[in-house]
Design a protein around this ligand. Structure first.
Ligand code: GLP
Length: 240
């Protein structure tokens, strides 16, 4: 596991952006796995900046980790909308190559299978961007999720609902379920970069990097991956 510790959020975003840019330059047809939340916002704004300076996104395919069930793509708190706002509208990705699970699909089981199949058909993910939840979740894979899991419907824990309620007008509006790529889907990415900043992530980061590998701490599975980089600010690294 490669752990990079930098001084602050801006530096964390720069390190991550360098890694993503290197992947795009190495392989123009890369398949990128993307995350939402506040951690990758700086990364996405730098990628938009690189695009203004000439970086071409036109041959990439992107797969987002997850989406809330019951939110349409244009709902202000949906992850599709987040991606549209922070990245997709700012670079020259082809809209049909920006994949996000459909949380409004009439048959969600079918949607999970379809998503997993699409990833396979695109040749798998070259570089997966991850954040980490305060309870160690990756994607929306909460503690206790099987390491063998594929894209599936998941129930959100109370702590995640509380943490994510800041994107909604009240906690009651936060969906209780999501479609999320599974732990196995994430682990099949050829390389992974995880971003974490702030002291509230420090315990989860320490458990992920140094703790026992356990389904109770989903991010600890990354210790078993051959090409993972954690990019942390000092506060998130403070318990390492
Ligand atoms: C959500 C997302 C995760 C993300 C996590 C942390 O639950 N499903 O993919 O990593 O939040 O978010 P933040 O970066 O805002 O702390």
């Amino acid at each position: 596991m490669n752990v990079i510790v930098v001084t602050n959020y801006a530096r964390m975003s720069e390190e991550a952006a360098k890694i993503v840019r290197a992947q795009i330059l190495k392989k123009a047809r890369s398949v990128l796995g993307l995350a939402t939340g506040s951690s990758p916002l700086g990364l996405y704004s730098l990628l938009a900046e690189y695009h203004r300076l000439g970086l071409d996104f036109s041959r990439l395919t992107t797969f987002n980790l997850d989406e809330y069930i019951g939110l349409a793509g244009d709902h202000p708190a949906s992850y599709r909308r987040y991606m549209q706002e922070h990245l997709f509208s700012k670079v020259n990705l082809h809209p049909e190559k920006t994949l996000v699970p459909n949380g409004m699909a009439p048959d969600l089981e079918q949607e999970c299978l379809r998503y997993e199949e699409l990833i396979k058909r695109c040749g798998g993910i070259d570089l997966q961007v991850l954040g980490i939840g305060v309870n160690g979740h990756i994607g929306f894979n909460e503690p206790g999720t099987a390491f063998g899991s594929r894209t599936q419907v998941v129930n959100l824990t109370e702590s995640t609902i509380r943490a994510n309620s800041r994107f909604f007008s009240s906690e009651r509006e936060v969906p209780t379920q999501a479609v999320s790529m599974g732990i196995k889907s994430i682990m099949q990415a050829r390389s992974i970069v995880l971003l974490a900043n702030g002291g509230r992530k420090a315990a989860a980061v320490a458990a992920a990097v140094n703790g026992p590998v356990s389904e109770d701490m989903p991010a600890s599975v990354l210790q078993l991956h051959p090409a993972v980089t954690f990019v942390l600010d000092q506060a998130a690294a403070s318990k390492l």
